[in-house]
Design a protein around this ligand. Structure first.
Ligand SMILES: Nc1nc2c(ncn2[C@@H]2O[C@H](COP(=O)(O)OP(=O)(O)OP(=O)(O)O)[C@@H](O)[C@H]2O)c(=O)[nH]1
Ligand SMILES: [Mg+2]
Length: 673
């Protein structure tokens, strides 16, 4: 069993192609786990083992690796950096004590670098910034360091610096002199030491009092400083030549907190919060942070961070508040796509279980002594949607089951059955995200689907007051049907709840009270079916004030028909219109793209409501836009900003569609139906 103090868990975070997978490969090679480092181009890395990853030369899932350095077990979670797969990266953060935020010297700080750094900070993780590709030509590392500090704060300090020939790195904690073109080593040394000792009042006092601080003391306080965030070390590597890799490993071993040194994980159960002590002898508590499938055997693997207690094959495992225990099978350790059985895994470590079908990302696993849920990082709201239809008829029944399984592995993938449009809609973070999910479904469940953009949930309403009347009379052979209704319709307030405000204003019994429900039913039939283009209606007041009945022929069906007829009559005179959803959209873009984006928004009937400058020359533009204009905004934003932009949106309210556009929508939907 591995001592909890000898474990270091790190998660690699950063934008796509920043060099996380190559860094992981260099670490495995440097520590002797593999004889020859694989490369992305040869599709031979341990971490990107999946066919889809090899083909795209991008990580798509998080993958688990582990190695040893100086007697410490280092668990590494390599995550995807491509924005479409950010879910996998975010859900891995709670599993580690430290985030290595990776950015490449050539590309600098990118959208996802910012987002993931922020997520690691919110999750109270120790952070280390790893600048990869320090070997790249024509790069200004001094400027990059300034950019990092401007964006992430002055506590970002160089823990090492590339030597003049870039063949090695100079440790700035141990050295106050050396040859680097990037910055003065003495200055880097002072800045680093000052940020570290900021975490210890006593040391700070002696330092300010002019005393020499021994190296040993600095090493001791480094972990504390990194946990407190007074220091975010910046280190440099070239993963191809493996320059800076041993130094990074030393830093991980010495300065990344062990599971006992980091802030404890917290379980929330209503108002109750429980701090979980990293104790192998404590009750079992673990978090599922990754679900994956072996692409050949289709076997399900769930990876769990054990925060407390111990898990063996004989543990009676409980999931969330389900009282039925499951058998965990043999605990395993993963090395990319390979698994290795182990006897037990305990507090502070990562474990993978096979074939436990019930597990999904975010689950709490325990032995009966824990309740609640771990807090997961906030995930972006999936806004990119596609409506699905199985390619072959017979698959309809299996489709939603298969989609449910896919949801278990990715918190950013959602399915909804739109009750208005009756479409099965999947939502994710972008086109590529959904394509990859559907390709997984095809491989795993052998279901293929046809996709199309989902329908916009338009609504209908009226804009004027009007009278409606209908007499329903039928005399066919035996018993007849009779009912007559007079009513008044008028617009209610926008987005009012309920959508129909009904009042029964019959005095003197012209319609007996027992028929009120039938009249309401008739009105609701029309509300649901719409009168403009077939969309549900809202914001309408109806008063039924008169009518007639017949002692023998009046019955429910008759009044339902009369209600329907009178309401339709009223609506036709009340100037009905189409309403469309308006969303609040927040778009983050490089400041240089401001003009293009605001111009484009204006052409999409958008109204800019504000803007905000961010560090690193980025801007947030806020606007209200009709959903119909931005339902496929991803591709537009990507082409304008070259992938640097991102956005989020949420429903704000409904508004009347301008008449010319209303004509287009009516034509479009009339054609289809
Ligand atoms: N010269 C040089 N190239 C590097 C270095 N690190 C990575 N690369 C190259 O950069 C490219 C992207 O590297 P990856 O390791 O796949 O990047 P990643 O961060 O894992 O990307 P995603 O999986 O998409 O998030 C590959 O072609 C690597 O060979 C480095 O230190 N030096
Ligand atoms: Mg990768």
């Amino acid at each position: 069993m591995i001592d909890v103090n000898n474990i270091r868990n790190i998660v690699l975070l950063g934008h796509g192609s920043s060099g996380k997978t190559a860094l992981a490969e260099a670490i495995l090679h440097k520590t002797g786990l593999i004889n020859r480092p694989g490369t992305i181009e040869d599709k031979s890395t341990v971490s990107d083992f999946d066919d889809e990853e090899k083909q795209r030369e991008h990580s798509i899932h998080s993958s688990l690796l582990h190695t040893k350095h100086k007697e410490k077990l280092i668990n590494i979670i390599d995550t995807p950096g491509y924005p479409d797969f950010v879910g996998a990266a975010l859900q891995s953060i709670p599993a580690a004590e430290a985030a290595l935020v990776v950015l490449s010297a050539s590309a600098g700080i990118e959208v996802n670098t910012r987002k993931l750094f922020a997520a690691a900070t919110t999750a109270k993780k120790a952070r280390i910034i790893v600048v990869t590709k320090m070997d790249a030509e024509n790069i200004d590392l001094a400027r990059l360091i300034k950019n990092i500090q401007d964006t992430f704060g002055p506590q970002c300090r160089c823990a090492n610096l590339p030597s003049t020939d870039k063949a090695s790195v100079i440790n700035c904690a141990a050295n106050d002199s050396g040859e680097s073109k990037v910055m003065d080593v003495a200055q880097a040394h002072t800045e680093l030491i000052e940020s570290i000792i900021e975490a210890d009042d006593e040391l700070m006092e002696s330092y300010l009092g002019g005393q020499e601080i021994p190296d040993r003391k600095i090493a001791d306080v480094f972990v504390k400083a990194i946990v407190a965030g007074t220091i975010v070390p910046i280190v440099f590597v070239d993963s191809r030549s493996e320059t800076g890799i041993s130094e990074l490993l030393d830093l991980i071993v010495q300065c990344v907190p062990s599971p006992t040194q980091a802030p404890p994980a917290v379980l929330k159960d209503g108002d109750k919060t429980t701090e979980i002590k990293a104790d192998p002898k404590g009750p079992l508590a673990g978090l599922v942070f990754r679900v994956g499938y072996d692409q050949r055997s289709n076997m399900k693997y769930a990876s769990i961070r054990i925060f407390s207690g111990k898990l063996t094959s004989s543990t009676s495992l409980l999931i969330n508040d389900d009282k039925r225990p499951v058998r965990p099978g043999h605990p395993m350790r993963m090395q990319g796509g390979e698994t290795e059985e182990v006897d037990s895994v305990s507090a502070g470590d990562l474990v993978t279980l096979a074939k436990v079908e019930a597990l999904k990302v975010g689950d709490l696993v325990h032995d009966g002594r824990m309740t609640g849920a771990f807090e997961m990082p906030a995930i972006p709201k999936p806004m990119f949607s596609l409506a699905l239809e199985p390619a072959s008829r017979g698959d309809e029944g299996r489709l939603s089951g298969a989609l449910d399984r896919l949801c278990e592995e990715d918190l950013c993938f959602k399915i909804t059955r739109d009750s208005q449009t009756n479409e099965l809609v999947i939502s994710g973070l972008g086109d590529l995200h959904l394509r990859v999910m559907l390709s997984k479904m095809e491989k795993r469940f052998k279901i293929s689907v046809n996709t199309k953009p989902p329908k916009i949930p338009y609504r209908e309403t009226i804009t004027a007051k009007a009278e409606g009347h209908y007499r329903h009379k039928k005399q066919t052979g035996g018993a007849g049907q009779f009912g007559e209704v007079f009513l008044r319709v008028e617009p209610a307030e926008r987005d009012s709840d309920p959508s129909l405000q009904f009042s029964w204003d019959i005095f003197g019994g012209s319609i007996p009270g027992q028929y009120e429900p039938a009249v309401v039913k008739g009105i609701k039939d029309v509300m649901a079916a719409g009168v403009v283009a077939g969309f549900p209606m809202q914001d309408i007041k109806v008063s039924v004030y008169d009518g007639k009945h017949h002692p023998v022929d009046s019955k429910e069906v008759a009044f339902r028909a009369a209600g329907k007829g009178a309401f339709s009559d009223g609506l036709s005179k009340a100037k009905p219109v189409l309403l469309e959803p308006i969303v609040n959209i927040e778009i983050t873009i490089p400041a240089d793209n401001m003009g293009d984006i605001t111009g484009d928004l204006a052409s999409r009937r958008g109204r800019i409501s504000g803007q905000e400058m961010l560090a690193g020359n980025m801007v947030i533009v806020k606007a209200q836009v009709p959903l119909a204009e931005v339902a496929q905004y991803n591709s537009q934003l990507k082409s304008v900003t070259g992938g640097q932009g991102s956005y989020s949106m949420e429903l704000s309210h409904y508004e009347a569609v301008p008449p010319n556009i209303q004509q287009q929508v009516i034509a479009q939907y009339a054609k289809k139906s």
